[in-house]
Design a protein around this ligand. Structure first.
Ligand code: SF4
Length: 435
């Protein structure tokens, strides 16, 4: 069953069993009904990142609705995403559907000569599943190359939760990256970051003496970073399992690190890159010390407010584990349950090692059972999707929308205070309302 903007899947055999083996920590795995956004949502931040790309959702009116409401707060003179609505049709109508898609692309490319990269984004309605979008992308690429590169990926709610849309988009980009022509090591930072955050990191790497730093996704379609066996990549986001796999197929090696959230997380993330590139520890300290001290100072007032408060994470963005680590270690919050839609054990290993011994972790979802646990815990703050936030607020729980953590720049030293503020504000508002 699918409803606006959310994937609700009923997996076989609603098993819920505590499993051992995730860095030796027990984890509750649930495979029941889930309440999360689908991968189309990623378009809302990706279209702002790659400035000459366009995202054409091949979907239904429901998908168009989701895109409109998710991005509804933004007004563009020339939007960089749209939905080609495919109506219900039988198999005999497939040839027409392909023609319709070709015609929609042709109208778009003619009207918008600024588009250099076009993503055809698949969705879950059955009429779209019948279409082979990779063949359509190959067919259309032949027609529009070299001016417009046409790629495809899936944002379908059956296959993806909302941050997995970015993973699929970046994984589709990897085969397009040029081969690195040098044998000297280059750093590739992987995962969409706000431009301001990207610039801050570029300055820090440069101050450490790491000069060859590139970012994926790039800001311009023509500026694809090269990749090869000399590439060391550093994930900026925890939800990029497929992209990482594709990069490794191209010979790139991952730098294992926690994620750059909070003062400590940012230092450990930067340090992992510094060590991989043989940066002298003194030089690393002098490059990062001032910014780290600023971040710690910015966190102090929030620590006073948040210390000892409890937080419950529903699974949504896969950012839950790094966020929980930051809230517990840097702000003294108590973790009740940390749910994640999917746990990549390798990529999360450094984060898991920093979590408190007795943390309760869950992977996947059986929404009703999880709601019962949240109600029993009555945490001070609950991080969840929009669909759960309103009913929980009505029951007197304070919530934080997990989607906001994707739309707001939260990585790096200069954003550490803003990140803490996102958790302090709902509690503060609640206190004021009570007064
Ligand atoms: Fe809904 Fe599926 Fe479209 Fe997402 S892709 S908006 S879950 S119909």
């Amino acid at each position: 069953a699918v409803h606006p903007g959310r994937a609700a899947s009923q997996a076989q055999g609603r098993a819920a069993s505590p499993m051992a083996g995730c860095a030796e920590r027990p984890i509750l795995r649930e495979r029941g009904q889930r309440e999360v956004f689908c991968g189309l949502t990623g378009i809302v931040w990706l279209h702002r990142k790659i400035q000459d790309a366009f995202f054409l959702v091949v979907g239904s009116r429901t998908c168009a609705h989701l895109m409109q409401s998710a991005a509804g707060v933004m007004i563009f003179a020339e939007p960089r995403f749209a939905t080609a609505v495919m109506e219900e049709r039988d198999l005999a109508g497939l040839a027409d559907a392909n023609e319709e898609l070709d015609a929609a692309v042709s109208r778009l490319v003619e009207r918008r000569p600024d588009i250099r990269m076009l993503f055809l984004v698949g969705s879950c309605p059955s009429e779209v599943i019948k279409l082979d979008l990779s063949r359509a992308a190959a067919r259309l690429s032949e027609r529009y190359a070299p001016d417009v590169r046409i790629l495809n990926y899936s944002g379908s709610g059956i296959e993806t939760t909302f941050t997995q849309g970015e993973d699929n988009c970046l994984a589709a980009l990897v085969p397009q990256l040029p081969e690195a022509e040098t044998t000297s090591p280059q750093l590739l930072v992987v995962g969409a970051l706000a431009d301001v955050v990207e610039d801050q990191f570029a300055r820090l790497f440069s101050a450490m003496g790491i000069e060859t730093v590139r970012f994926l996704p790039p800001r311009k379609a023509r500026d694809l970073p090269p990749v090869g066996p000399s590439t060391r990549y550093l994930l900026a986001q925890p939800f990029l399992g497929e992209t990482a796999r594709c990069l490794e197929e191209r010979g790139a090696g991952r730098i294992a690190a926690p994620f750059p959230l909070g003062a400590e997380g940012t230092t450990l993330w930067l340090k992992a890159a510094a060590d991989a590139f043989g940066v002298d520890p003194m030089r690393f300290r002098s490059a990062t010390a001032a910014a780290e001290a600023r971040a710690k100072r910015a966190l102090e007032p929030y620590r006073a407010e948040l210390s000892g408060r409890s937080v419950f994470f529903f699974p949504d963005s896969q950012l839950e584990i790094p966020l929980a680590r930051m809230l517990s270690r840097e702000l003294g919050m108590a973790l009740t349950e940390v749910g994640t839609p999917y746990l990549h054990r390798q990529h999360a290993a450094e984060e898991l090692a920093l979590l408190p011994e007795d943390v309760f972790l869950s992977e996947g979802q059986d929404v009703d059972r999880q709601l019962e646990r949240a109600r029993a815990e009555r945490p001070d703050i609950t991080v969840c999707g929009l669909g759960l936030a309103n009913p929980l607020e009505a029951e007197g729980l304070t919530t934080k929308w997990s989607i906001e953590l994707l739309f707001t720049p939260i990585q790096g030293y200069e954003q550490a205070g803003d990140l803490a503020g996102l958790f302090a504000r709902p509690l503060d508002r609640k206190t004021r309302l009570k007064v």
